[in-house]
Design a protein. Structure first.
Length: 216
């Protein structure tokens, strides 16, 4: 039975956006943990670790996100590991996001002047202490704007989770369009909700870039 697209459907879409936000939060947290580890491995004076992390980043960045979703959701059950769409999406986005955050944060770390590293070493600080007390605090101001920019991309990329049945905003839009036969109205509403989530972050990123004066 075809129904009219109305306020109730809009409320369903807004409710589904909460799952988009939840998936983004979990995926960003996972990406951050893995990405920080990758960034540090990339700058360690241990060649095998640098090569290993660089290979991981190149492999992940060179593979479409959709492939990672399929590999985890459809591939793991073949190995006897059953995963639901929520877990599969969270893991896939964490793996994919870690490669990009790892490169963003590596770039921020290596942008710090070599003299800062030398100053930390002259004080008798270990590599870990140099990172913690000298390098990372300075690199944060450089890393924040592109990190927020990546977060915006992550929000939009969560729409791909619809292909494995995870009911977030895009998937709910598909179901609503199928039930109302009003795809134009439905997807315009979906686009507006995505815009409402992403635009404030985009403006914040630009504001941070100007405020922190990263270019200087």
């Amino acid at each position: 039975m075809i129904r009219e697209f109305g306020l109730i459907d809009v409320m369903y879409l807004i409710a589904a956006a909460r799952w988009t936000i939840a998936l983004t939060a979990v995926a960003f947290a996972g990406s951050a943990v893995l990405g920080l580890a990758l960034a540090i491995l990339r700058i360690l004076p241990i060649a095998p670790l640098r090569w290993l992390s660089a290979t991981y980043i190149q492999l992940v960045q060179g593979t479409p996100l959709l492939v990672w979703l399929f590999l985890i959701f459809f591939g793991l059950p073949l190995a006897g590991i059953s995963v639901n769409p929520w877990i599969a999406a969270a893991v896939a986005f964490s793996v994919y996001g870690s490669a990009f955050l790892g490169e963003i944060w590596r770039g921020a770390l290596v942008s710090i002047a070599k003299t800062q590293w030398e100053a930390g070493a002259s004080l008798g600080l270990s590599l870990g202490e140099q990172l913690r007390y000298v390098i990372i605090p300075q690199s944060i101001r450089i890393a924040i704007p592109p990190t927020v920019g990546f977060l915006v991309q992550l929000i939009k990329n969560t729409s791909l989770a619809a292909v494995i049945g995870f009911v977030e905003l895009t998937r709910e839009g598909q179901l609503t369009a199928a039930g109302t036969y009003k795809p134009f109205a439905v997807y315009i509403t979906v686009a507006c909700i995505y815009f409402a989530m992403c635009f404030p972050l985009t403006q914040w990123s630009r504001s941070l870039e100007r405020k922190l004066d990263v270019a200087r």
